[in-house]
Design a protein around this ligand. Structure first.
Ligand SMILES: NC(=O)c1ccc[n+]([C@@H]2O[C@H](COP(=O)([O-])OP(=O)(O)OC[C@H]3O[C@@H](n4cnc5c(N)ncnc54)[C@H](OP(=O)(O)O)[C@@H]3O)[C@@H](O)[C@H]2O)c1
Length: 332
């Protein structure tokens, strides 16, 4: 019997949140191997806001074509190999796509081997030691925090924001997080050591944010955009720095959230766009530091795990309703 490879292919470009049928489940045969290839069984999928961008239009990567397996990052295990660099049982992370099996090609740089570390879960390679930890590490390098400065991070209880805030504390900043539920805010201030956490769904959140930054804001680590970013910019100090990491509030809209350039001029802010792909050659350095911080209890991470490839469309929507805390992962 031929084994089946279930795949989620892009069937139509979503308008707003993903609708049933935008991603369609398809069954194909597991790819046969040629010399120079290895076959990997996908175990975990990284669910990232940028997937919504890849579904919509060309950006820093080409849009996923209609009918193509939806692009995603994931964790997989080699089950068969005719590839000189991979053996059965090796574990890899990379662009697996939303499917059960993926062929690893000889010349491909899309995969990286990851070690088995005692007492460390496989999923850490998708979150703290994956896209989000690395984004937080290099994004904070761009922010260049100094001891005593005030930093605000939005989507603070998410995979990236929660690590960003903890690095801010390690660097000696006053850190204020913005998140969408009281539970998330309690986690940030009680467990992760944020100095304050503001629920932006409370009517008086803007006043509470202003009160939480009595000395103004020196760094905005921006993950959301729109009204949240505009409010934060209004509280910034002269010559503050803004790391534009993400603008999730705009990803489901036709017009992605634009920042208020007027405030940038008025406050002489240094605004810089961040893209993780620019740092590939330094991933190992960052992962080593993040791993040490985790080992010594200086950084805590949390995951929200959804089970089943077929649940992936719902999982992607969870990023936009805020149903995740920490890293969102689909377990296949
Ligand atoms: N530039 C890069 O290389 C790079 C790399 C990775 C991630 N990013 C960006 O970083 C941001 C966070 O990504 P992540 O993977 O760590 O996701 P995440 O923060 O784990 O999940 C997204 C969170 O965003 C919040 N959110 C969603 N819609 C919102 C809205 N309209 N207004 C306010 N908050 C909203 C939700 O939390 P609440 O409950 O708090 O609303 C949700 O849990 C995204 O903008 C992403 O694109 C950029």
């Amino acid at each position: 019997m031929t084994a089946v490879n279930r795949q989620l292919v892009l069937n139509s470009r979503p308008k707003g949140m993903l609708a049933p049928g935008d991603l369609q489940l398809k069954e194909t045969a597991v790819p046969g191997l040629q010399d120079g290839q290895a076959l990997a069984r996908v175990k975990y999928l990284s669910i990232d806001p940028t997937m919504r961008i890849w579904m919509a239009a060309d950006s820093y990567l080409p849009a996923v074509a209609i009918g193509e397996v939806m692009r995603s990052f994931g964790f997989a295990e080699i089950v068969e190999s005719r590839h000189p660099d991979y053996r059965k049982g090796d574990r890899v992370t990379g662009f697996t796509g939303l499917q059960d099996y993926v062929a690893v090609e000889l010349a491909s740089q899309a995969f990286q081997k990851v070690p088995k570390i005692p007492f460390v879960s496989d999923t850490v390679f998708l979150g703290l030691l994956g896209i989000n930890g690395l984004t937080a590490f290099f994004g904070m390098e761009m922010a260049a925090p100094k001891k005593g400065e005030t930093m605000v991070v939005s989507a603070a209880a998410g995979a990236t924001g929660s690590i960003v805030g903890q690095i801010g504390k390690i660097r000696g900043c006053r850190v204020v997080g913005i998140a969408g539920t009281d539970d998330k805010c309690n986690w940030l201030s009680k467990d992760l050591g944020f100095d304050a956490a503001i629920n932006y769904k409370h009517r008086d959140w803007k006043g509470k944010l202003a009160a939480a930054v009595p000395d103004g804001i020196d760094i905005d680590f921006e993950n959301v955009g729109g009204e949240i970013m505009q409010t934060v910019l209004g509280l910034m100090n002269l010559h503050g720095r803004v790391v534009v990491c993400g603008l999730i509030s705009g990803y489901n809209k036709q017009d992605p959230g634009m920042m208020s350039l007027g405030t940038v001029i008025l406050k002489r802010l240094r605004v810089e766009g961040f893209l993780l792909l620019d740092y590939v050659s330094r991933f190992m350095e960052a992962a080593t530091q993040l791993g040490q911080w985790k080992m010594f209890g200086k950084i805590k991470d949390r995951e929200t795990i959804v089970e089943g490839l077929e649940k992936t469309p719902d999982a992607i929507n969870m990023l936009f309703t805020g149903a995740n805390t920490g890293k969102l992962i689909v377990k296949i």
